[in-house]
Design a protein around this ligand. Structure first.
Ligand code: AMP
Ligand code: MG
Length: 427
């Protein structure tokens, strides 16, 4: 595992007091490595888990050429003459029941959807196009009702034997469970779940159920983090609120790192509070304190800590409730995916019209909370949720997307295109 210092020393123009988002993510990406443990799971319980190895199809799916329609199977040479085609019906092929009839040029077999194509047949004419004559022994249809090869599914067209069905790193989706079932796979190897410990810091924090003394606030970050982490399907270790006290903090960090793969804290990394967090971190590991060129979410600590021979990643997030979410989604989520061995493609950024002007200074990335909605002209447009303060959690609750204003972006005029990242898929 490369040390944080060695990764940072390879960067030119590294400035921890104005670190661009992309650079912070590049550093995190180099430091984080996947956990090694795996487990074997029955298919149904593997939903949302990370596939630990490639799955190679052991069979052809489908296993035989078969019919995509209820109709009549025949040899397409019969279409060549055009006009009306008249064929003698010599048998019936049902799904799941092999039919030994082998029609010759003037013959057809009545066939059900999914039934194996009889020998020599390459085309199925749907029954709706056919006149059944002679008490079911003969059919007549227009030659231009079908083309050669129509309504035939080819053996292996879904997946050929030996072909990679799913790649290691895939987070298993409902379709994947079905796909694996179609291969007859009963169990698969997935990575073990990550254990993530988290706590809030701050003497002003009160837990739900406690009286709210003057100047105090309820600890909401632990609930937000609980929700965001649950969605990542990790094991949670909720360590509660830890006082702004060096001994209590050190004990919490040690316990967290002895029990978890990653530790997430909120609060205590802003100027003024960072000083003693820094002293503790200097004793426990390799942690750097950044001011990231972003809004919200400027201060953040990242690194690795160790206690009693156990190591964990550390993410020291800012205390402000919106900053916690923004830094989680734009740094921690990707890092945890990487640590869990998941290969997750980037979420799409869509360009849509901004309904109103947005103030923005170049030199930092902003994640404004937006509402993307249909506009009067039938297109889509986005507007900010109003109050964008980093303590206004309502802005996250009301929004359905981030308006991502890139590092170089300047002020946005009404009607300009801006990039949005939908919360669906992210959360
Ligand atoms: P800090 O980063 O510790 O200076 O906190 C910045 C702001 O976020 C302060 O107004 C804190 O009261 C608030 N804050 C910190 N932690 C929490 C939390 N767990 N829940 C709600 N607000 C918090
Ligand atoms: Mg604090």
């Amino acid at each position: 595992m490369p040390s944080l210092q060695s990764v940072i020393s390879c960067l030119s123009g590294y400035d921890p007091t104005a670190l661009p988002v992309a650079q912070a993510n590049a550093i995190i990406g180099e430091v984080v490595e996947p956990v090694r443990g795996t487990e074997q799971l029955a298919l149904r319980t593997a939903l949302d888990r990370v596939l630990a190895e490639d799955v190679i199809s052991p069979i052809d799916v489908p296993a035989h050429d078969n019919s995509a329609m209820d109709g009549y199977a025949f040899q397409s040479a019969a279409l060549a003459a055009g006009g009306d085609v008249v064929l003698e019906v010599i048998g019936t092929a049902y799904a799941g029941n092999a039919c030994d009839a082998a029609p010759t040029a003037g013959q057809a077999v009545r066939i059900m959807t999914g039934a194996i194509m009889p020998g020599g047949c390459d085309t199925v004419v749907p029954q709706e196009f056919v006149d059944v004559q002679a008490g079911g022994n003969q059919i007549r249809f227009a030659a231009d009702a079908v083309r050669p090869g129509d309504n035939r599914r080819l053996r292996g067209e879904d997946l050929a034997r030996g072909q990679a069905a799913l790649a290691a790193g895939r987070i298993l989706q409902p379709a994947d469970l079905g796909l694996l079932a179609s291969l007859g796979v009963a169990e698969i190897k997935v990575r073990r779940r990550l254990r993530v410990a988290f706590f809030s810091t701050g003497d002003e924090l009160r837990s739900i159920g406690e009286p709210l003394d003057p100047g105090c606030v309820y600890d909401s970050n632990r609930y937000t983090l609980h929700g965001m982490l649950r969605r990542l399907n990790v094991e949670l270790i909720d360590m509660g609120v830890v006082r702004d006290d060096p001994a209590a903090l050190e004990a919490a960090f040690r316990s967290a790192c002895e029990n978890a793969d990653a530790v997430i804290t909120s609060g205590g990394v802003s100027v003024g509070e960072a000083d003693y967090t820094k002293q503790i971190m200097a004793r426990l590991g390799d942690v750097t304190f950044w001011k990231i060129a972003m809004r919200p979410g400027r201060p953040m600590a990242f690194g690795r800590i160790a206690s009693n021979g156990r190591e964990a990643l550390l993410f020291g997030l800012p205390g402000n409730p919106v900053a916690v979410m923004v830094t989680f989604y734009h740094f921690v989520r990707g890092a945890l995916h990487r640590q869990m061995g998941a290969n997750v493609p980037p979420l799409p950024l869509m360009r849509v019209r901004s309904a109103a002007a947005i103030r923005k200074k170049p030199g930092r990335t902003e994640y404004q909370r937006g509402i993307l909605a249909p506009a009067a002209d039938g297109g889509w447009e986005v507007r900010i949720t109003g109050q964008q303060g980093s303590g206004v959690l309502r802005s996250m609750s009301e929004a359905n997307c981030f308006i991502v204003l890139g590092h170089e972006q300047e002020a946005v005029a009404a009607g300009d295109l801006v990039e949005v990242m939908l919360f669906d898929g992210l959360m």
